[in-house]
Design a protein around this ligand. Structure first.
Ligand code: NAG
Ligand code: NAG
Ligand code: NAG
Ligand code: NAG
Length: 829
């Protein structure tokens, strides 16, 4: 913040000044005043009634000791006491003050400016009484060659000092009296138009002009003075100049003098211009210089213009022209054209095809040896042992053409060409130009298979459609991917369209696929002709034999393997079974099919043997080492007797049973048996042999089967035991205990009959003994009377009771192997 006292100070200063400084008074006094003195000039604003103090008049430094001014104390007038001379002093600066004796200012100081008003009391003067000047012939009219100078001491800017120049007289007045003209205000002397045309014929001798200078401007009155101008006419030395030849790169000290001009007239100023601007100069004497080395290649010629000018920069005459020619030096090597993109030439183009035209530019003077360029092919060099070259070069024109050597599509070929100036002469400058030539591919290679003959391929008749049969590979010598794309087709041999081709567009692999089911009967073999073609149009010779491949396909007939009447076979055999026992017979499912040959594959124990033709499986030796409850699995192979390759294998599982168990062969001759329910590991041996000699005679096995009744089929199971006996067991865990007649169908030697096997199913004790009295039970119905039945029944009860007691006493002995009540049951036939 500006303090308040500073504000006050700033505001009070102008007030104080205006009070202290009084406005300047201007007073004018005529120069050389001829009237009465003192001459009152002006009344000063002195304060009224100030009796005290004295007037002090002071002046500026230039004032003479005796001041021509005074102040009248009475009237307060400023007055001048004598005549004033403006040329002595044009102005007076006065100060008037009222002071006390001790110097204290009571009023003022009042500044007063006294101006002395000019009177034309001065005569003009020429700077010289005689002007001598040379005038060159050829000076243009109106161009001043002399400026007259004169002065007048009267006040500048007034008519009193306003000067005018005039020619009063010309001597001689030949050939015209007004050969010259003088500009009145400037005093510029020039040839008049008339004078310039007739100057050549003019006298050789000098002209004398009487010239006048006068003040008061164009008014008739005024002071005047005269002078003489002595003009001698001189011959023009302003001559046209011969062109100058300057070597480029000239090694000399600079500036280097090259020419000279001279204007013979007076007061000349030389001026030089270069078109285009160049390193040239002219000095005051008219000597022309080159100031630095020149380069022809940047500028071959300069047109110089030299002007002779007067002091006001006006041309005395036409400028002189000077042609500077820069002479060439072989300082430029041929320049290769800028390296462009590779030049593309299709392969197998004919010899003479122009590849490119190299135009190395030499900046040196055109048409001179310095710019005469010849060409030489540096690379590729001709290969040893080959006739002709891949490229030919015309040394004069730089044109590169294809040579006799054919070019194939490959990588880029770099061309190197030497360009030499001086027409190839020694000492010439050179450059190596490079061009890349790309030999572009054309589709001149047909695709070919790598193998034209494929080994015969065997296809089973049941090969599934879609199966890959063969893969063929074809290659193409072209480089361009578009020219390598192939198209495949089966051209011949695929009569029923059973085959097809599949391929990826960019690979040479083609897959031969099976499309349909094969049939040996329809077509036992195929001779497929596969062709490959280029997708793009081929240039040159057509496809050769390699474009075809032959695939031979042989169809294999498939005969189904023999089928057997069961998927697998099982037999249960007591471990005590003697050698030679028939276990079961393996038979074809279709008895009418072609005969089979059977064999055992892995009967490692050697327990079994099989009849090759009939398929009967026997024990080959006693089953030593077999443990009851064990299983023995062997593979049985059945071969087609006519076609041994057709074969099938089935498993045969033998379950070993306990020797002497219910089904033990100790009881084979016992015709009837009981079976326990719930089921125990017991069975009933059924003999196929019959008392009927018609049925029993002949060899060959008996076959057993349950009767067709579904309940029988559900409840019972029959298994072959050996060739003549079978083993009947319960199929269910629980069967109602009673007597059953189980129908068993026996077949033997193409004859078939039915047995009804009587079996008693009963509850058994822990030893497997039937828990009902069976001893007196008659197997066959008899024609007994009621009395007989009753008596028999009572007898049976008695015997039953006896048996129970006997059984109980025997049970205590715990001898399961010798059951006293194991009464054989008689089987009814
Ligand atoms: C004029 O110049 C010429 C030649 O320079 C000379 O002979 C002559 O005396 C001069 N005249 C006067 C008046 O100076
Ligand atoms: C080809 O064989 C298979 C198997 O034998 C069969 O399922 C299919 O229907 C057959 N196809 C033709 C077109 O015959
Ligand atoms: C025989 O071959 C079958 C099937 O390979 C196999 O299950 C069985 O255990 C083999 N039998 C013997 C005694 O090696
Ligand atoms: C078949 O087995 C029964 C009962 O075990 C026997 O009586 C008969 O002699 C056997 N037959 C042959 C050929 O082994």
């Amino acid at each position: 913040m500006v303090p308040a006292w500073l504000w006050l100070l700033c505001l009070s200063i102008p007030q104080a000044l205006s009070e202290a400084q009084l406005a300047e008074l201007h007073v004018e006094v005529p120069e050389n005043y001829g009237g009465k003195f003192p001459l009152y000039l002006t009344k000063l604003p002195l304060p009224r009634g100030e009796a005290e103090g004295k007037i002090v008049l002071s002046g500026n430094s230039g004032m003479a000791s005796e001041s021509p001014f005074a102040v009248d104390r009475e009237s307060g007038f400023l007055m001048v006491t004598r005549a004033l001379d403006r040329e002595e002093q044009p102005e007076y600066q006065l100060q008037v003050a009222l002071e006390t004796d001790d110097g204290r200012v009571l009023w003022g100081p009042q500044p007063v400016l006294v101006h002395v008003k000019d009177e034309n009391d001065q005569v003009p003067h020429f700077s010289q009484a005689i002007y001598s000047v040379r005038l060159s012939q050829g000076t243009r009219p109106g161009i001043p060659f002399l400026f007259l100078e004169a002065s007048d001491e009267d006040e500048p800017g007034t008519a009193n000092s306003d000067l005018r120049f005039h020619i009063l007289n010309q001597a001689p007045a030949q050939p015209f009296p007004d050969m010259f003209q003088l500009e009145p205000q400037l005093g510029a002397l020039a040839l008049s138009p008339k004078g310039s045309t007739s100057l050549d014929q003019a006298l050789e001798g000098p002209y004398q002009l009487l010239v006048q200078v006068k003040d008061m401007g164009d008014q008739a009155s005024g002071h005047q003075a005269t002078a003489t101008v002595n003009i001698s006419i001189v011959e023009s030395t302003w001559m046209p100049l011969e062109p100058i030849h300057l070597a480029e790169n000239l090694k000399v000290p600079y500036p280097h003098h090259i020419s000279q001009v001279r204007w013979s007239g007076e007061d000349v100023h030389y001026h030089l211009e270069s078109q285009p601007p160049g390193p040239f100069d002219v000095d005051t004497k008219g000597k022309l210089y080159v100031t630095m080395e020149l380069d022809r290649e940047s500028q071959a010629e300069y047109l110089l213009q030299v002007r002779a000018q007067n002091t006001h920069g006006e041309d005395y005459t036409e400028p002189l022209k000077l042609l500077v020619v820069v002479m060439d030096e072989n300082d430029n090597a041929p320049a290769c054209p800028p390296r462009g993109p590779p030049i593309r030439i299709p392969e197998l183009s004919p010899a003479g095809t122009e590849v490119t035209r190299l135009l190395a530019e030499d900046m040196d003077a055109p048409g001179s040896p310095n710019s005469h360029v010849v060409y030489r092919l540096l690379s590729p060099e001709p290969e040893e042992g080959t006739e002709g070259r891949a490229f030919e070069l015309d040394s004069a024109s730089g044109s590169v053409t294809l040579g006799a050597l054919p070019l194939h599509a490959s990588q880029d070929i770099p061309l190197q060409v030497l360009a030499v100036d001086l027409g190839g002469a020694e000492g010439g400058l050179s450059s190596t130009c490079e061009v890349t030539v790309t030999i572009t591919d054309i589709n001149d290679h047909a695709p070919e298979f790598t193998t034209s003959q494929i080994e015969p391929i065997s296809l089973p008749e049941d090969t599934e459609p879609g199966t890959l049969v063969a893969t063929l590979l074809a290659t193409d010598g072209d480089l361009e991917p578009a020219f390598r794309r192939m198209d495949f087709a089966i051209e011949a041999g695929d009569v029923d369209g059973a085959f097809g081709l599949k391929w990826e567009p960019d690979s040479g692999h083609v897959q031969l696929l099976l499309l349909k089911n094969l049939s040996y009967e329809t077509a036992p073999s195929y001779q497929l002709v596969v062709v490959v073609r280029s997708e793009a149009e081929l240039v040159g010779p057509g496809p050769g034999p390699g474009a075809t491949a032959t695939v031979t396909v042989l169809v294999e007939k498939v005969v189904p393997p023999p089928k057997l009447n069961q998927e697998s076979y099982e037999a249960s055999v007591p471990v005590s079974t003697p050698a030679g026992s028939l276990l079961l017979t393996i038979q074809p499912s279709d008895p009418m099919s072609s005969p089979l040959r059977f064999s055992l594959v892995n009967d490692s124990e050697g327990w079994l043997c099989i009849k090759e033709v009939s398929g009967e499986v026997h024990t080959a030796r006693p089953l030593q080492g077999a443990r009851p409850g064990d299983m023995y699995t062997v593979l049985v192979e059945a071969q087609d007797a006519g076609e041994p390759t057709l074969r099938t294998a089935v498993t045969l599982v033998i379950h070993f049973l306990k020797a002497g168990s219910a089904s033990a062969p100790a009881l084979p001759l016992v015709p009837t048996r009981h079976l326990c329910t719930p089921r125990k590991n017991h069975g009933v041996v059924v003999s196929g042999a019959s008392e009927d000699t018609d049925l029993a005679d002949g060899h060959g096995p008996y076959h057993f089967a349950l009767g067709p009744n579904p309940t029988v089929q559900r409840d019972w199971r029959i298994q072959a035991l050996n060739g003549s006996h079978a083993y009947l067991t319960l199929a269910l865990h629980w069967v109602e205990p009673r007597e059953y007649s189980v129908p068993v169908v026996v077949s033997h030697n193409n004859r078939m009959w039915q047995l009804l096997v009587r079996v008693i199913v009963c509850r058994c004790n822990a030893e497997g003994q039937c828990m009902r009295k069976v001893g007196r039970m008659k197997g066959m119905p008899t024609k007994l009377s009621a009395v007989g039945i009753l008596g028999g029944t009572l007898l049976a009860i008695g015997i039953f009771l006896v048996l129970i007691f006997t059984h109980l006493s025997l049970a205590r002995k715990k001898d399961p192997d010798q059951p006293a009540d194991s009464v054989p049951l008689k089987a009814a036939v």
